[in-house]
Design a protein around this ligand. Structure first.
Ligand SMILES: [Zn+2]
Length: 141
């Protein structure tokens, strides 16, 4: 199943992650399921053409595939997935390689909307570059 990451609109196709080429909102067709307008969420460029993720007013999602000349190639299913850059999905070992216990605690609290110590979060944020270099993941807290 293809999934579109909430917030970033990155597209996951199996293990592959595609960053959006454009986040233009256009009416791109009609929903097969409810016949309301489909509005584009994000455009993607691949070796073989273009892909457009779109959503109708009733939250039906679809991934439309086109070739390089914008000839329609077919539709695929699409679902929204939760944002992956939060820390709740990361292992403790990864986090502890870069952040202190207090920083991790306050990043978690911030992510969950709980009270946190601002200074710990600032300190943690100053290490995001290092974390990204180590693990290839950009945190977003
Ligand atoms: Zn629909």
């Amino acid at each position: 199943m293809n999934s579109l990451e909430e917030g970033s609109y990155a597209l996951y196709m199996g293990e592959r992650r595609l960053e959006p080429f454009s986040l233009e909102r256009n009416v791109v067709g009609f929903c097969d399921r409810c016949e309301s307008d489909l509005e584009s969420l994000a455009y993607f460029r691949t070796e073989s053409g273009w892909m457009v993720s779109a959503r109708c007013k009733k939250d039906h999602l679809i991934l439309m595939r086109y070739d390089l000349e914008w000839n329609w190639q077919g539709d695929q299913e699409l679902q929204i997935s939760a944002k992956k850059e939060g820390i709740s999905t990361l292992s403790r070992e990864m986090l502890e390689a870069v952040f202190t216990r207090a920083e991790i605690r306050d990043m978690q609290a911030c992510e969950q909307g709980l009270p946190f110590v601002r200074q710990n979060l600032y300190r943690a944020r100053s290490k995001y570059d290092r974390f990204e270099k180590l693990f290839g993941i950009r945190l977003n807290i």
